[in-house]
Design a protein around this ligand. Structure first.
Ligand code: FMN
Length: 204
């Protein structure tokens, strides 16, 4: 049985990225996965203060809601981040999660304490506009976040042209794709036929 950890990065509960992540979670659970969902906005997660203490220990000295997230990241087989695009990036709360993964980056690259667990990283996102480069910045951030936490960016579902709260319901293929993605990830299946999927080796 696979363990999923799903982060919601939008301030809007029931908004587009929330619905997308919930659909993925539903698909994963339907195939027997255990799914833990975390909304980041209500949590206290301080951005990295660059104190350098984790350089020696691989452990962050800040004590806030991130403290209980580190063990969950370690346990997870699949880590999903679902954030809307704010100014061509993930939201600031999601960015705080990313920055606090610095302690794990240190463990891996400075202290050479990498575990050998195979983790998959999945990025779900939505944006109001339809530009070609809309998700490029956020996708790059996600690639390096997943690398820091000992995962690899496996797939992205990136939905353009949704702005109003829950407008994604007008795009049933998006929610259906997320649900299918969750199920296939839980089963270890091939996701390449999912509509709207972006895989790291694809050219788009
Ligand atoms: C502060 C802010 C910045 C935004 N920046 C962008 C942007 O750069 N590009 C874009 O296409 N949409 C942008 N949007 C629109 C949101 O990405 C869009 O409304 C999205 O559907 C919100 O998802 P949610 O319902 O999950 O919060 C922005 C919205 C806000 C509130």
């Amino acid at each position: 049985m696979k363990n999923f950890l799903v982060f919601y990065g939008s301030p809007r509960k029931g908004g587009n990225s929330h619905l997308l992540g919930e659909a993925l979670s539903e698909g994963a659970r339907s195939k027997g996965a255990e799914v833990k969902e975390i909304r980041l906005f209500p949590l206290k997660i301080t951005p990295c203060i660059e104190c350098g203490k984790c350089d020696e220990t691989g452990v962050c000295i800040l004590e806030d809601d991130m403290t209980s997230i580190y063990p969950l990241l370690e346990k997870a087989d699949v880590v999903v981040v679902s954030s809307p695009i704010f100014f061509y990036n993930i939201t600031s709360k999601t960015q705080a999660l990313v920055e606090r993964s610095q302690a794990l980056w240190v463990r891996k690259y400075v202290l050479k304490k990498e575990d050998d667990k195979e983790r998959l990283g999945v990025f779900l996102s939505v944006g109001a506009t339809k530009g070609k480069l809309l998700f490029n910045g956020a996708r790059l951030v996600m690639k390096y976040f997943f690398d820091a936490i000992g995962a690899r960016l496996h797939s992205c579902l990136l939905i353009k042209g949704v702005e109003k709260k829950a407008q994604i319901k007008e795009h049933p293929y998006a929610l259906e794709s997320a649900k299918r993605l969750g199920g296939l990830l839980a089963e270890g299946g091939d996701v390449s036929s999912i509509e709207g999927i972006w895989l790291p080796n694809s050219k788009k």
